[in-house]
Design a protein around this ligand. Structure first.
Ligand SMILES: [Zn+2]
Length: 83
């Protein structure tokens, strides 16, 4: 997988099965622990889900408000409006 050196920000290709192990940056020679990419991804996805749920709730509230503003006549069925 690809990650960035925490010291010099250089993109580094590290073996996927070495997560949690130490690696050395080829550019600046600093030693760091390879982070678990899945752990970080879970956090991000959870954040997105919370955001989406808030948007859904806001949309529902907006729709309800719009419906309340409608003229009672426009709530009738199309057949009734034509008559
Ligand atoms: Zn580095």
């Amino acid at each position: 997988m690809l990650m960035r050196c925490p010291d010099c920000d250089k993109p580094l290709q590290v073996p996927d099965d070495k997560v949690g192990r130490r690696a050395r940056c080829s550019a600046c020679r600093s030693v760091f622990v390879i982070p678990d990419p899945l752990a970080g991804m879970d956090e991000t996805i959870a954040g997105w889900l919370v955001e989406d749920m808030q948007q859904v709730e806001q949309m529902k509230a907006r729709h309800a408000a719009l419906y309340e503003q409608l003229d009672p006549a426009s709530r009738k069925t199309p057949a009734m409006r034509r008559a």
